[in-house]
Design a protein around this ligand. Structure first.
Ligand code: IMP
Ligand code: MG
Length: 189
């Protein structure tokens, strides 16, 4: 990785060593492809994109602008109680979306699906309101994660069991503003 590629990160690379995984141009290209695929699949419809905060926010902004059909946007929050990357069993799903999703085509937008517990908890919550269809788009899917009852239909990149940061994804709330996706080797031992 050249220094040029990490320019916007230079000031915050300490104290963690972050290695490049996907450059901005690779991400842009893949997100555009996903947007085209989603535009074809939802032709003639007006889907509601429901972003899972906070990790979705950069992906959601780019994906939404790559989709050519009319769409609405909503956000939902879900968090496992943890410090940094440590996770326990509790997933707290925030209040239901304000936009009514009954009878609508809903697309959950996630930054990363690892074990899938967060996505499952959100999907379960959204399903209560009986959308017409319910699918998931995730930028990253960890190959090591358990198989879900309903796998994301749209996946940007499948990744190994790495701790990823950047492009919306955090370690302890940091690094969401990196303009690339990196990983942190010290968390992967
Ligand atoms: P899951 O429930 O195991 O699928 O993971 C849920 C959440 O953990 C994701 O929505 C992210 O917020 C976070 N997460 C999982 N893996 C990573 C990672 O490698 N980097 C940053 N956040 C992660
Ligand atoms: Mg996080």
């Amino acid at each position: 990785m050249s220094e040029k590629n990490i320019s916007n990160a230079a000031a915050i690379l300490e104290p963690h060593k972050i290695e490049m995984l996907f450059r901005r141009d690779e991400i842009n290209k893949r997100v555009r492809q996903l947007g085209e695929e989603i535009s074809r699949d939802y032709q003639g419809k007006t889907p509601i994109l429901v972003g899972a905060l906070k990790g979705c926010f950069v992906f959601m902004a780019d994906l939404a602008r790559s989709i050519s059909c009319p769409l609405e946007m909503e956000f939902i929050s879900a968090a496992s109680y943890r410090e940094g990357r440590l996770q326990d069993d509790t997933i707290a799903v925030g209040p239901s979306p304000i936009l009514p999703i009954y009878g609508r085509d809903v697309l959950l937008v996630e930054g990363v699906v690892d074990t899938g517990r967060t996505a499952s908890a959100i999907l379960k919550r959204l399903a209560i309101d009986e959308p017409k269809s319910l699918e998931t788009a995730t930028l990253l899917r960890k190959k090591t994660g358990a198989k879900l009852d309903k796998e994301p239909k749209y996946i940007g990149f499948e990744v190994d069991d790495l701790f990823v940061v950047g492009y919306g994804l955090d370690y302890s709330q940091l690094y969401r503003n990196l303009n690339f996706i990196g990983h942190v080797p010290e968390f992967e031992k």
